[in-house]
Structures are given as C-alpha cells and as structure tokens.
Design a protein around this ligand. Sequence first.
Ligand code: FES
Length: 134
Amino acid sequence: MEYSKKVVEHYTTPRNVGKIENASGIGEVGNAVCGDIMKMFIKVENNIIVDVKFKTFGCGAAIATSSISTEMIKGKTLEEALKLKNTDVVNSLGGLPPVKLHCSVLAEEAIHEAIADYYRKTRKINRRRNKTKM
Ligand code: FES
C-alpha cells in the first residue's frame, strides 16, 4: 500500500509543529520497537483545547498522524478530544499501510497523556487552593 496524498501532504507540510510555553498539559509517548517519540503540548481554556502543538522524532507516518490529530482536537472540549481514536486519525488520512498503523496509536496516546497531565496539574492546583481556603 502506498501513502495517500493526505499523508504525504501532512508529512511535507506538517501543521502545528513546535512547543507551547507554559502548556496546560504535555504528553510524551514512544514506541519501544521503532524508537519513535511524540510529544504533544496543549493549551486549555474553559475546558476547550485552544492551542495544540507537537514535536515528533519519528517516521513520516508519525509526523502525518501528529499533524492531522492536532487539527482534529483544536477547538474541541477535553471530552471530545479524549474520544479521538487512532482509527479516526487513520481514516482522516485516507488510510495507512498496516505496518504503519502503530504510528497513529502514538498520536492517540500522546493526546491522552497531554490531557491526563492537564488533569493532574489542575487537580494539584485545586487541592492547593482548597487547602489555603481552610
Ligand atoms: S515507525 Fe514507529 S511511529 Fe512510525
């Protein structure tokens, strides 16, 4: 199977590459077999992902899945973003060769990790606030 036009387009001109300073949440995941690493930064305001950026050290499919998944969650609520599955990412890209499906799993995991990190941080802040109120 060859790469779809959309995969090639996202690989050659990836969207939302970079880092967010003071990100609300950061998710970093990797695949032990291929060694690729994906890092996702999210900025959350009022439960909405208002900005998202990524840094991926990996194959073309990992870059394409990172890129399209950032577009798919930008402007979404955290709950909506958590529903994004790797299969949605693959379908949006017009498919991936079977040997590259695990690259889309990295994108799903990186988003979940970034949101989990956001929840961890906000819980800590809320706990601190509650303590000071007492
Ligand atoms: S080959 Fe491992 S993420 Fe693409």
